[in-house]
Design a protein around this ligand. Structure first.
Ligand code: 4NP
Length: 164
């Protein structure tokens, strides 16, 4: 937040077991690769609390592992109003998640609340599709979108607040 040297990013989906943990793991790996873990922090959560305390869906973990990302330490949690006081970027996977976040957002939130795929302007979609009820290919598609948007988000944060 303002005056804080760290930039904090929160990825949000419905259950916090498929899409947002994937974004969390991919963005975390990108920060580690770029040596930026001291200046940017990442977390994820769900608008719903049904899966709170659970590890990510095994299909998400397997697809991510196949591309070198480790989702296994992550545990689901539900979004809380206090998140608006902590995070600078709160990024929803789809419009339904975003509508839920807008309904919770305090009037004094001055960060960026929007769709994650706004940072992937070359992607044809605007929303990361929910892969929960589909097959493995849905999880691979989620990773494709998440990798694109993560790169765009990192560029945006670097432009907004030069870090090195
Ligand atoms: P996510 O996917 O929002 O990407 O974590 C889902 C996970 C669980 C459910 C729906 C979507 N569910 O209905 O339990």
């Amino acid at each position: 937040m303002q005056g804080d040297p760290k930039t904090r990013v929160l990825f949000v989906c419905l259950g916090n077991i498929c899409r947002s943990p994937t974004a969390h793991g991919v963005f975390q790996a990108m920060l580690e690769r770029e040596g930026l873990t001291g200046s940017i922090e990442v977390d994820s959560c769900g608008t719903g609390g049904w899966h709170a305390g659970e590890a990510p869906d095994q299909r998400a973990t397997a697809e991510a592992a196949a591309r070198g990302y480790d989702l296994s330490p992550l545990r689901a949690r539900q979004v809380r109003v206090a998140d608006f006081g902590r995070f600078d970027y709160i990024l929803a996977m789809d419009r339904s998640n975003l509508a839920e976040l807008i309904s919770l957002c305090p009037a004094n939130f001055h960060g960026h609340l929007g769709l994650f795929l706004d940072f992937a302007p070359d992607a044809r979609e605007k929303e990361v599709p929910d892969p929960y009820y589909g097959g493995e290919e849905g999880f691979s598609h989620v990773l494709d979108l998440v990798e694109q948007a993560s790169a765009g988000l990192l560029r945006e944060i670097g432009d907004a607040r030069p870090m090195r």
